[in-house]
Design a protein around this ligand. Structure first.
Ligand SMILES: [Zn+2]
Length: 475
């Protein structure tokens, strides 16, 4: 299976492996890293097509069978056909650092035709002297006191399948005036290691994390600086992986459970649900239906939003689907990674269409979103809205919509006496006066070919939301 070419300036290993549909979703191909190597360059090739997509990753000698506690060096999915690892550097998506021993090429069989497929792998080793990578410590940052802070919880850089750099994404976050940003590349945290861990400032906190990504579903992990083994193949594997993530103090969010990119595993004991993914009209009424059903079943889930921006290589201001569309507001005790995770864990959130979008706050006495109140024949629900004159406030419980109020001014508040609310109360602002403009903008976006692989077609006649809250739970 392997052959060496002793006459080449550097040692080369060539591997050829046949993969087919019937087996595991991941195949490991071992190779030896010689003692003298300080860098290797790997390229792989196969007959790539719409129905043949094979992802790439690497494991070092610590990697065991799933679930491996350590040893995942990196993952580039289908984004790169060549990667390198060196003592002092590595391709985006991969951690620097090299040591001799048996490594593994990880092939993710994302999509395969009915016949076997041959994958050719070539690895070139370089012995030139190199220093070990030395990463400065990340600064400890916490700023300002308790308050509502705004950010985005889902975006990508060229450390996975986006074109844009971490620096450019940082610039986009500054442009949008965000207080926090969770950067969630696919199955890798190297954007944090290489850049974001040291880029946080008192007024813009980068939250570590990544997007668990398989052909059956995506979910964000918030708080993690290392990737939990993602080679889950069964429903049980996924449930156990999520339990391991949560036991480490990280949070799990089910992402974009909507047509084309659904969550196909059983619904887990997640902390959050990305109820609003990319602009509302790109199929988010499906996510909301599923969210409402989970809440009605008694599950507690923080409602969050994520733009899923794949940062372009150039400035994308003015794009309807840029960063923070939608924008998530969190009530944090302070603006720090811990403060943000605590708000997410405890449901203190609302999601709005943009950083300057309508705001919606609900409370019962001192209890806000995510809190708990006792059931009572009448619940006095206070609301505060801004930026939604002409639209409608709806309040939902486990039985459905139980109250609507017309918003006649851009700054409206009041108290709604709710009768016999069941399970929870949550709010949403539904476009009314603003609806025609939202639909026209969405249709123009799709007509311009910017709709991506999202399904916009079923949303034109559905309610268009402008803001929504996590619930106040009624026990
Ligand atoms: Zn995704």
């Amino acid at each position: 299976m392997s052959a060496e070419n002793p006459t080449a300036p550097h040692r080369v290993t060539r591997l050829s492996v046949s993969v087919e549909k019937s087996g595991s979703a991941y195949v490991s191909v071992p190779f030896e890293v010689p003692k003298a190597a300080t860098r290797f360059d790997l390229r792989y090739s196969y007959p790539k097509s719409d129905n043949c997509i094979i992802d790439l990753g690497l494991g070092d000698p610590d990697l065991t069978d799933f679930p491996s506690k350590q040893g995942l060096v990196g993952w580039s999915g289908g984004a790169r056909s060549a990667v390198f690892i060196a003592m002092d550097d590595a391709s985006p998506g991969y951690a620097p650092g090299l040591r001799p021993g048996t490594w593994q090429v990880l092939l993710g069989l994302y999509r395969l035709p009915d016949h076997p497929v041959t994958v050719e792998i070539e690895i070139t080793f370089d012995p030139a002297p190199r220093e070990e990578a030395n990463r400065p410590a990340r600064p400890k940052i916490a700023s300002s006191g308790p308050g509502w802070y705004r950010g985005d919880l889902h975006c990508h850089t060229f450390h996975s399948d986006a074109k844009g750099s971490p620096e450019r994404l940082h610039g986009t976050a500054l442009r949008e005036g965000l207080d926090f940003l969770a950067v969630t590349d696919h199955n890798t945290t190297t954007a944090h290691m290489a850049y974001f861990d040291r880029a946080s400032s008192p007024d813009l906190i980068f939250v570590p994390g990544y997007e668990f990504t398989t052909a059956q579903g995506h979910g964000n992990i918030f708080g993690a600086r290392t990737v939990e083994d993602f080679r889950a193949e069964t429903d049980r594997d996924v449930a156990a992986m999520i339990a391991r993530i949560q036991a480490k103090g990280y949070l799990f969010s089910v992402n974009h459970d909507k047509p084309n990119i659904p969550w196909n595993y059983p619904f887990p004991g997640a902390d959050c649900m990305e109820v609003w993914h990319a602009p509302w009209l790109s199929g988010n009424h499906f996510c909301l239906e599923r969210y409402q059903a989970k809440l009605s079943d008694g599950q507690r889930l923080t409602a969050i939003g994520g733009s899923d921006l794949h940062q372009p290589a150039t400035d994308d201001s003015g794009n309807l689907a840029t960063l923070a569309r939608p924008c998530t507001f969190l009530y944090c005790n302070d603006l720090s990674v811990e403060g943000i995770l605590d708000a997410l864990r405890n449901g203190r959130s609302f999601v709005t269409e943009a950083p300057g979008g309508p705001r919606l706050l609900l409370s019962v006495g001192d209890t806000i979103h995510g809190g708990e109140i006792r059931s009572a024949p009448t619940i006095p629900l206070s609301y505060q809205t801004s930026g939604a004159a002409g639209d409608t406030l709806e309040v939902w419980d486990a039985t459905g919509c139980i109250c609507t109020t017309d918003l006649t001014s851009n700054s409206q508040s009041g108290v709604l006496p709710l009768t016999a609310a069941k399970g929870f109360v949550r709010g949403q602002i539904v476009a009314n006066a603003s609806r025609a403009a939202l639909v026209a903008a969405g249709q123009a976006h799709v007509a311009a070919g910017k709709g991506g692989r999202l399904d916009w077609s079923q949303a034109w006649d559905k309610p268009a939301l402008r803001a929504l809250t996590s619930p106040i739970y009624v026990t």
